[in-house]
Design a protein around this ligand. Structure first.
Ligand SMILES: [Zn+2]
Length: 79
């Protein structure tokens, strides 16, 4: 995972939702390039792997001392 935006409930993950962007050459004589930029995806579309269960699981939340933690819905392991 590259970046998490908890407020927007979005994350940017490597290799997911890749967008291609055309970059114009900065100097004359240079070639334009197509760069690949990972776009944000909704956090609910993300599959989390529980280290205990060892597979993709559903994510639950628990709040401890006003902090929000992601947990595995199956075994309660923090993710
Ligand atoms: Zn689990």
């Amino acid at each position: 995972m590259l970046e998490v935006f908890p407020k927007e409930k979005r994350i940017i993950a490597e290799g997911v939702n890749i967008r291609k962007k055309h970059v114009r050459p900065k100097k004359t004589g240079e070639k334009g390039q197509i760069v690949q930029i990972p776009g944000p995806i909704d956090i609910s579309n993300v599959k989390f792997i529980c280290s205990k269960c060892g597979k993709a699981i559903k994510v639950g939340y628990k709040i401890v001392q006003k902090k929000k933690f992601r947990i595995c819905k199956k075994c309660g392991q923090e993710i």
